[in-house]
Design a protein around this ligand. Sequence first.
Ligand SMILES: Nc1ncnc2c1ncn2[C@@H]1O[C@H](COP(=O)(O)OP(=O)(O)OP(=O)(O)O)[C@@H](O)[C@H]1O
Ligand SMILES: [Mg+2]
Length: 232
Amino acid sequence: MESTCIITFANQKGGVGKTTLCALFASYLVSRGHSVTVFDTDPQQSIVKKRTADTATYAGVPLPYNIYPFSMSNEPALIALIENLHNSAAVDFALFDSAGSLNDQALLALFANTDYLLTPFHYDNLTVPSTAIFVAMIVELRRSIGNAMKTVHYVIPNLEEQGVGTKEEKELWKLVNKKLSEHVRIAPTVYKRQTLRRFSTISGMDDQMLVVSPAFDHIYNDIFGIPNTEEE
Ligand SMILES: Nc1ncnc2c1ncn2[C@@H]1O[C@H](COP(=O)(O)OP(=O)(O)OP(=O)(O)O)[C@@H](O)[C@H]1O
Ligand SMILES: [Mg+2]
């Protein structure tokens, strides 16, 4: 690739799957032959800590990608990093995991300069409103920046239990999607599966990849300009 594609996982709501999907997307991209770097901007350092634990578990296994902590308290440092990434072909994809809060100074700059912003969420009474506020904030950011902001914003319905939900709930979810789709693209659903709780930063297991591939294939195709045909 000519320049590094920057992808950010963010939602102001915690516990929606940002870190899980970030690590799995890194494995997915590596499995498709790309070079990947992950920047962990969460002060809790979830991915960094997971890598430390995984390195002990998988001693001797070559690392598929590097993970670096990166502080969002220094906006000039972030802008410099993004510029470097955009001017470099050393890695194909830089993935940023972010915290479940919007307090850090440089986050808006990250959202404005990321190529793809991926927002996992799930359908419940707390998560839908805070996701809607997050989407509205990005819409406002785009309005204030104008055409220079190229960010493609996706929401990824996550943690849905297949076959669960009343007819009324399903109608409501459809309505949520319809409202959200006025402002964002909606990826295929990632279902709630026990195997995703066991993700590692060393390898994506086949059964995990099966769960995430409808969403990830869709986004991947979009990045490479391949038409998506499935009905959502
Ligand atoms: N599709 C899924 N199936 C099963 N478990 C999932 C799925 N997605 C996420 N989880 C689980 O949900 C919990 C929260 O996920 P995760 O830590 O990735 O969310 P997060 O948005 O990064 O949270 P935080 O805001 O705290 O950083 C974890 O226990 C994770 O294993
Ligand atoms: Mg996280």
